[in-house]
Write a protein that binds this ligand. Structure first.
Ligand code: UD1
Ligand code: MG
Length: 497
């Protein structure tokens, strides 16, 4: 078909009552995208003169989903059935168009090659209508292709109108067709609502075409999965499973090891380099790009994140909108929020959270740390329990830590604050002022040792706990003296200072 003489129409106006949802059916997601976006993307390679989506229920949201892909919309209000929807689309179809490929917005597994083959078959046979049909195991819910004795198509009979004999037919109507428009329009104009829903069924036009002696063909889809429609939550789950299986197969074909593949979820735009190993129950979402030779540990979720080559993500790490350079390591149980960046060979350990922060080359933050709005130089070690106090309840402030710095455990860095190259921070410090390069910064209370205090307290508590009669009548004259090695002098215990 020349691109100038055919259009594509996507029916996307229905509510989807069987989903029992506040969200319009075609906006429900499977395989990482909305149903209607999948359908549009399958149509794009055909280069039709126009792609028209019929919208109605939540029209604005559906339009917002398809318009960025170059799709025009026609408003169907109210929604009076698939035949009515096609009549509505007519207004947006250029009069020069001779053919239309028609698809429902709720059958997202269809592939461009199958649509192209359908269009080719339609042109070759000179048919008025060509139906894409499929033989499926469980045809319940679908319209069935009823054929005459000579094998030609007689009609499509909707599920609710099937006779007992027809119920056994396994060849279903996918709701994907190619029409010669000049033949279709008169049949649609004569449609009547002959069903319980009082809708104009597009499928009734098939019988009308046949009664007029027109040529109607049905071609079987090679892969019946491609025509699965999503009318229920169970249908959505089944379709999602097919998308996920397809994507995993493509990733494995590209040289990636996927352990327990059925537990792994990978969004359509994700790329993964060869010799990467993906452990069970991993999710790779959005526009995530994973390099070669990486390992992604079990239970980890990566969204919109870049991993360069040879990155190790240990189990149960959550990484969003972050960048992990070559050789970096994170986890287990790490949380990298948007704007986290690890330079080459940097390491983040367990229970560490980062947000809008850069960890320099070879730098480490291995335990129980929060780094927010921080820049950390190469080779620096961030001790366990370090916190950048970046928020005063109103504003966020930066923390800048130089190269080869040692931050002692349990340090609080009250931003805005800078620590110069090569500096050393004593453990447990609350750093509120800048620390110059190569300096020691310590900010904590001085330690006091009260010798024997604990032992004396234990004795007093033991005495208080004894019943009165078992206590000795007289107090011992001599109080215990505890010798401690403190400047060589013996000291008496005391709980008072
Ligand atoms: C339809 C077919 C059925 C086929 C099945 C395949 C009809 C009458 N039946 O049934 O033969 O086996 O698809 O999946 O066509 N829509 C509108 N406007 C409307 C009504 C529907 O745009 O007024 C859209 C819906 O949003 C949906 C598509 O048309 O994307 C199909 O409608 P749906 O209600 O899902 O039809 P099915 O019952 O699945
Ligand atoms: Mg449907």
């Amino acid at each position: 078909m020349a691109t100038t003489d055919f259009v594509i129409v996507i029916l996307a106006a229905g509510k989807g009552m069987r989903l029992k949802s506040a969200l319009a059916k075609v906006l429900h997601r499977a395989g990482g995208r909305s149903l209607v976006e999948h359908v549009v993307r399958a149509c794009l390679p055909l280069k039709a003169r126009e792609i028209v989506a019929v919208v109605g229920h939540q029209a604005e949201d559906v339009t917002a989903a398809v318009a960025p892909l170059g799709v025009r919309t026609a408003l169907q209000q109210p929604q009076r059935g698939t035949g009515h929807a096609m009549l509505v689309a007519r207004r947006a179809i250029p009069s020069r168009a001779k053919f239309a490929i028609l698809l429902p917005g709720d059958a997202p597994l269809i592939r461009a090659e199958t649509l192209a083959a359908l269009a080719r078959a339609h042109r070759e046979t000179g048919a008025a209508a060509t139906i894409l049909s499929a033989e499926i195991e469980n045809p319940a819910g679908y319209g069935r292709i009823v054929r005459r004795d000579d094998g030609s198509v007689a009609a499509i009979v909707e599920n609710s109108a099937l006779s007992d004999d027809q119920r056994a037919i396994r060849e279903i109507n996918s709701s994907i067709y190619c029409f010669t428009l000049a033949k279709l329009w008169p049949c649609l104009e004569s449609l009547r609502p002959r069903n319980v829903h009082k809708e104009l069924y597009l499928t009734d036009a098939i019988a009308t075409l046949r009664q007029k002696g027109e040529n109607v063909q049905a071609v079987l889809a090679g892969d019946p999965d491609e025509v699965l429609g999503c009318n229920t939550r169970a249908d959505l789950a089944a379709v999602d499973a097919v998308f996920r299986r397809r994507k995993r197969a493509a990733i494995m074909d590209a040289g990636v090891t996927v352990e327990m593949p059925e537990s792994v979820l990978i969004d359509p735009e994700v790329t993964v380099g060869a010799d990467t190993r993906i452990e069970p129950c991993v999710q790779l979402l959005g526009k995530t790009r994973v390099g070669a030779g990486c390992t992604i540990g079990t239970g980890s979720v990566l969204a919109d994140t870049v991993l360069e080559d040879n990155v190790l993500v240990k189990p149960y790490s959550m990484v969003t909108s972050s960048h992990l350079s070559r050789g970096a390591q994170v986890g287990p149980f790490a949380r990298l929020r948007p704007g986290a960046r690890l330079e080459e060979n940097a390491r983040v350990g367990n229970f560490v959270e980062m947000k809008k922060s850069v960890l320099g080359e070879g730098a480490k933050a291995m335990h129980l740390t929060y780094l927010g709005d921080a820049r950390i130089g190469s080779g620096t070690n961030i001790g366990a329990g370090t916190i950048t106090c970046n928020y005063d309840g109103v504003h966020k402030y930066p923390t800048t830590i130089g190269k080869r710095v040692f931050i002692g455990s349990d340090t609080a860095l009250v931003a805005p604050v800078r620590v110069g190259d090569g500096a050393y921070i004593g453990a447990g410090s609350v750093i509120t002022k800048n620390v110059p390069a190569d300096a020691l910064g310590v900010a904590r209370g001085h330690q006091v040792n009260k010798l024997g205090w604990a032992a004396a307290r234990r004795r007093e508590m033991a005495a208080a706990a004894k019943p009165a009669k078992s206590r000795p009548r007289k107090k011992s004259k001599r109080r215990a003296t505890v010798r401690v090695a403190h400047r060589g002098k013996p000291r008496k215990p005391s709980h008072r200072r």
